[in-house]
Write a protein that binds this ligand. Structure first.
Ligand code: AMP
Length: 418
């Protein structure tokens, strides 16, 4: 048997309607805040991620699906969304747009070659927003507010925000120096992952979950003690604007993000109920250097990515019933079947969803299908009804059954559905 590749899922009909519902909620929130949609390819040139995510990151070092195409170009299934958004921003010179700052949203699949586990898959999906052209702290706060409004809307009202700043090119070198000196002394007590972090990207030691490392790292130099005045002011601004958005947050001075290009504000969203099992619902931050790194002008940027699978796990009760047809058309005999097609065409023109059997089975199996799919109404058309130009309309909940003339059918169906 051929199965889906490891860590990649099929979304079956019982589940897919929750996806559709969630996507609609996300798009609606983005529109509420004035964000416009961008759709991107799932594959990019490998170089984009090497430059835009960073050669030192786990993503680029170990997790990319990279392959040569038939012309021997190196392509990669996108392991994160921001780099592609920035590539499109630069390629289409959107920085010349009349509506800068530009506020964009997009969503879709990402691919990372990780060990599959709870909340971690090889193909997964993100909702993503990005803002280009504003370095002001109100932008960072608005992005967080979009995320929180979305979580509120879908019933994840306990969602928490953790917030930190990781400084900028001016102040980070001093912190890095202090950090390196501190880590150098403790290297013998650190795990092998922390050894390579020390070599490649020392900030990432904050991510280490190893208990020994955590102990060895007590007293580690924190970025907050090295911030330049501008970064301090910026961070104070973000917090002020969050207050005006009515959003409470927790400061986490050990929060860093996996990608190399972040500066200043970083944040993550957590659902307290599922945090231990699957980690953050999403995260983001500011990435002012990135547009220039990808070959564009110096344009600041900030954004977030939210994990769709993790959000769906966190939403326990579905907010809506699975959608079904309004009506099932049950016919007896060929003539009835032909006529039902025309009747259903008229119903659909009134916005009534309906279907008929495609398997040549009898009335009893029609009823069973209608029941299993929880279709509320069934119309029955046999020889007698055909002669009299009527159908029998059955309400599957109340079991009430009436005879309705063909020309009155749509009106009656709408009355019962209401
Ligand atoms: P990142 O791009 O790594 O900052 O991830 C942003 C969000 O995407 C995370 O908070 C998760 O919700 C989600 N995410 C990241 N990696 C995975 C994965 N392998 N499987 C499922 N969701 C993921």
């Amino acid at each position: 048997m051929i199965t889906a590749p490891r860590g990649m899922s099929d979304i079956l009909p019982q589940e897919s309607w929750r996806w559709r519902w969630l996507e609609n909620q996300f798009v609606a929130i983005c529109h509420l805040f004035g964000y416009r949609e961008l759709r991107l390819p799932l594959i990019e040139h490998t170089e984009l991620f090497q430059r835009g995510v960073g050669e030192a990151t786990d993503i680029v070092r170990k997790e990319m699906y990279t392959f040569p195409d038939r012309s021997d170009r190196s392509l990669t299934l996108r392991p994160e969304i921001t780099a592609g958004v920035v590539r499109a921003f630069v390629q289409h010179k959107l920085y010349n747009s009349e509506v800068m700052p530009l506020k964009l949203f997009t969503y879709g699949s990402l691919f990372r070659y990780e060990r599959p586990q709870s909340g971690r898959y090889r193909q997964f999906n993100q909702f993503d927003i990005e803002v280009f052209g504003s370095s002001l702290p109100q932008t960072d706060a608005e992005i967080i507010a979009v995320g929180m409004a979305f979580f509120q809307q879908i019933g994840l009202t306990d969602t928490e925000v953790e917030l930190n700043t990781i400084g900028c090119n001016v102040c980070r070198p001093q912190h890095r120096q202090a950090l390196m000196a501190f880590l150098q002394e403790r290297l013998p007590h650190l795990c092998s992952d922390c050894h390579s972090r020390f070599e490649l990207n020392p900030l990432r030691v904050f991510d280490c979950k190893n208990d020994n490392c955590q102990q060895a790292l007590t007293g580690i130099p924190l970025m907050q003690d090295y911030l330049c005045q501008e970064c301090q002011d910026h961070f104070a601004g973000v917090k002020l604007y969050l207050d005006y958005h009515g959003i409470s947050y927790t400061l986490n001075n050990r929060l860093v993000r996996g990608l190399d290009y972040y500066n200043r504000t970083v944040f993550e969203f957590f659902d307290p109920q599922t945090r231990a099992e699957q980690g953050a619902l999403g995260g983001g931050g500011r990435y002012d250097p990135l547009v220039a790194v990808i070959g564009g002008p110096e344009v600041p940027g900030a954004g977030f990515g939210l994990g769709v699978e993790r959000i769906l796990t966190a939403i326990s009760a579905p907010k809506l019933p699975e959608p079904t047809c309004d009506l099932f058309f049950s016919t007896v005999g060929k003539n009835a079947e032909y006529h039902a097609i025309a009747l259903m065409r008229a119903l659909r023109q009134e916005g009534i969803s309906c279907e008929m059997d495609l398997s040549d089975r009898g009335l009893r199996s029609h009823m069973r299908r209608a029941d299993r799919l929880q279709v509320p109404l069934v119309a029955i058309l046999g020889d007698n009804e055909l002669t009299e130009k009527v159908v029998i309309l059955r309400n599957m909940q109340t079991k009430e059954q009436i005879t309705v003339a063909w020309e009155d059918l749509a009106a009656q169906v709408l009355r019962w559905l209401r």
